[in-house]
Design a protein around this ligand. Structure first.
Ligand SMILES: O=C(O)CCC(=O)C(=O)O
Length: 288
């Protein structure tokens, strides 16, 4: 069973559940107004997103990212105080910082088979992180009611330290059924995957992951949310995106300047594409 909490849960209780079971659900953590606003802001982007090119991505599944740049309302979920408090307490206690790893709407089309069960932290070349080093916290927010039939994320509770062969034990996975606005959180080492969508509608979830400040982000935030756009974000959200030092010496700009100082000085041109060779156009909207 996936441990369940209500929206005013104490972060410590959610962290304890994550440590014990590798997963937890917090029900109705944001209201319909937030979910609906994000859905509306992302609709044109999601419509324009192609379906996946392989079975793992999902051949009838759309994966649409860059939420910080495209959906102002999404910060209420991406930087939700409960989720950030849980991430801070759950991820490796000796870290200097943690950061956003990815933001992605996952829209699983009707008739899609279940995704192969996996661990998210395998993205780091399958590096065998020690058991006491939690590097990644994953979240899937329900943008509509999640049911087993429409493809609710499937999780194997308690699987965080099991051998990789447990990914084949699909019968042990349980659906993270939850009402719209809820979130399922799980460790980067917990076995999980998108469920089969046997309904006739599309299942939309918002995947938001967090990772230690010294690991590479899965979604390149500096290009998905370039400095000119990041300058408009609230300062803590901008830092979360990665515009901050990741540890004592990680992430500085040019003459060992802290990226935060550039934003404070309104000097974002110093970190825009234009300062790395002119009008390459690799960053949308970069100053020429
Ligand atoms: O869409 C979901 O419910 C889970 C997706 C997932 O685990 C993934 O794509 O890595």
């Amino acid at each position: 069973m996936i441990p369940r909490f209500v929206s005013d849960a104490a972060p410590a209780d959610v962290v304890a559940a994550l440590a014990a079971e590798g997963c937890a659900i917090v029900e109705r953590l944001v209201g319909d107004d937030v979910v609906d606003a994000v859905t509306d802001e992302m609709a044109p982007w999601l419509d324009a997103t192609p379906t996946g090119g392989d079975d793992f991505s999902g051949r009838n599944t759309r994966r649409c990212g860059a939420l910080l740049a495209r959906s102002p309302s999404s910060t209420a979920m991406i930087a939700h105080p409960l989720v950030l408090a849980v991430a801070d307490a759950f991820l490796w206690p000796r870290k200097t910082s943690f950061q956003l790893h990815l933001t992605q709407l996952i829209a699983i089309g009707p008739g899609s088979p279940a995704q192969t069960l996996h661990r998210d932290q395998w993205c780091f070349d399958f590096f065998p992180f020690p058991d006491d080093v939690e590097v990644e916290l994953s979240c899937i927010w329900a943008m509509q009611d999640f049911t087993e039939a429409n493809g609710a994320t499937r999780v194997i509770p308690g699987s965080q330290y099991e051998p990789a062969s447990a990914t084949r034990e699909v019968h042990r996975s349980v659906p993270a059924e939850m009402p719209k606005g809820s979130v399922v959180l799980y460790s980067g080492r917990t076995i999980h995957g998108g469920g089969a969508n046997t309904s006739d509608g599309v299942r939309v979830g918002l995947n938001v992951d967090y990772v230690l400040g010294w690991l590479r982000q899965e979604e390149n935030q500096y290009l998905s949310c370039p400095p000119e756009v990041a300058a408009r974000l609230p300062e803590p959200v901008r830092r979360l995106a990665g515009y901050a030092m990741g540890a004592y010496a990680l992430g500085y700009v040019d003459d060992v300047r802290n990226p935060g100082a550039l934003f404070a000085a309104g000097d974002t041109s110093a970190v825009s594409a234009s300062s790395f060779g002119g009008a390459s156009g690799i960053v949308p909207g970069a100053r020429r």
